[in-house]
Write a protein that binds this ligand. Sequence first.
Ligand SMILES: [Zn+2]
Ligand SMILES: [Zn+2]
Length: 241
Amino acid sequence: MLCYGLMTIANVVCPPSCLLCRRACITATAVFCDACRQDVRAPSLPLCQCCGAEVPGAFDARLLCQPCRRRPRAFTVARAPFTYETTVRDAIHAFKYQGHHRIGRWLALGMSRTAEATLPLASITRIVPVPMHWIKRRLRGDDPVASLAQWVAGSLRLPYDPRLLCRTRWSTSQTRLTTPQRFRNVEGLFRTRARSLVDRAVLLVDDVLTSGATAESCAWSLRAGGVREVFVLTAARAPLR
Ligand SMILES: [Zn+2]
Ligand SMILES: [Zn+2]
């Protein structure tokens, strides 16, 4: 009670500021101010049943976006709590490159809620992050995607396994590549460390799903190792281009 009272006094004297724009937040536990919070958006229905992309105006019984129709995915379903734009794009950047752990926790909370609402958690046997190259991890000193996966695993009470997948080589960033280049760039990029896996389903975690190339490359490798189904959970879903 005393602690809460002291916190309230501290918030009046020095209100918490938005982790993105530094404006004052109204509530003590808020990560963002009202203006930044207003730009946070969940993907609007209807969504592609597979990759979670927004497919405006589509009402098919088996609703798939154009890329998923053209090319069947190696993963079963991908979902994300947020669209990759404005506040969420800045938030992911601040978490990955400025080490804002409170933002990471906020992203992970959104991811856990989305997983509970949309994914078959009872069949998932472990949560696996998209792996960072071990040299990059050493150079950075942290692995933000692994942190997200660990927090999500903790809140969903599912086993976390950061060692199941590894990168077979150093690769260039996907950011500036076209979609076909992205798929070529990650071909054979991941390897499953164990063989003859008996997992019914694995939940793969990444920060953003754009073309789905990285998630797909990981999913192929997990399925080649024996996993029956791969579900994908990211903090954000980029709109279809
Ligand atoms: Zn703000
Ligand atoms: Zn799709």
